[in-house]
Design a protein around this ligand. Structure first.
Ligand code: FE2
Length: 289
């Protein structure tokens, strides 16, 4: 493990509470990263947090629906979710596992809970694709928790590296165009964690247990701290007085136009109309010839 010593940690630009909503067939969730932050947090398009011990909040799941033009990354903290898609992939996601799906030119998939009681908790992140990759072949991978790269700092901070690189540990997935960093960081009481971040990358921290302090700003549970982009800044320092768990996300902005209509994210309105026509005509989930 490589030690990081930051000289100019980023400050918190603002705290974001997110928006309670429901999606799929009525799954209750908190949309942490909403559409109006898409430009500010380019290349990230959305982050949903779902967590409930009431089956009525999640049982119907997300029946067949399409995607085109971006990637969906689902991280299950607790519970069991079955994925099936039109590209022939199937996977059961559970207990700390990650599913990374590149929709590319199009998939139709379902995400259905495989439990009738108990806690279901997790996150779904939408990561944009650059213009050149929006119509690429769909790609899919499941990672069980044990298969995700992990390390523990001398202070006992446990880090799972879903994407990118942290303290010399490469993540499960890397992407050239967006260089996403996706960490799940568990901080014991009295610990601190430093993460290097390129100054031009957009970045945020989402607290899902306890509370943390970033550059003197308290970040309560279920809040996103949007980190300021300062040309001098070299990373983020997260401190926890009591046990806390956070997600750390950063990525290189694409700086391309974003045209979104529901589950389709393209660069122009004409490409959105094309996606709708392709979906209507049954071409979206077709396997390549
Ligand atoms: Fe989906």
């Amino acid at each position: 493990m490589r030690t990081v010593t930051l000289r100019h940690p980023r400050t918190v630009e603002r705290l974001v509470a997110g928006q309670p909503t429901s999606d799929g067939a009525g799954v209750k969730l908190n949309r942490v990263l909403t559409q109006h932050l898409q430009r500010r947090l380019d290349p990230f398009l959305m982050l949903d947090a779902f967590g409930s011990d009431n089956p009525n909040d999640y049982i119907a799941g997300f029946p067949d629906h399409p995607h085109r033009g971006f990637e969906t990354i689902t991280y299950m903290i607790a519970g069991r979710l079955l994925h099936r898609d039109s590209a022939g992939h199937e996977g059961l996601l559970e207990n700390g596992g990650v599913q990374w799906m590149t929709a590319g030119r199009g998939v139709v998939h379902s995400e259905i809970p495989q439990q009738e009681a108990g806690v279901m908790e997790g996150f779904q992140l939408w990561l944009n694709l650059p213009r050149r990759d929006k119509m690429s072949e769909p790609w899919y991978r499941d990672f069980k928790h044990a298969d995700l790269p992990q390390f523990v700092t001398p202070q006992g901070v446990a880090v799972t590296v879903i994407a990118g690189e942290s303290h010399g540990t490469p993540g499960a997935v890397t992407r050239d165009a967006t260089q996403p960093l996706y960490l799940d960081v568990h901080l014991p009481a009295g610990s601190r964690f430093e993460q290097s971040l390129p100054a031009e990358h957009n970045a945020f921290v989402y607290v899902y247990r306890g509370e943390v302090t970033i550059a003197g700003q308290t970040v309560p549970v279920q809040r996103m701290a949007l980190l300021a982009n300062d040309a001098q800044a070299d990373g983020v320092v997260i401190e926890a007085a009591a046990d806390a768990k956070v997600l750390v996300l950063a990525g290189q902005p694409l700086k391309e136009p974003i045209a979104q209509y529901g589950p389709f994210v393209m660069n122009t309105q004409e490409e959105i109309y094309q996606a709708l026509r392709d979906f209507r005509d049954g071409h979206l989930g077709e396997n390549a010839a």
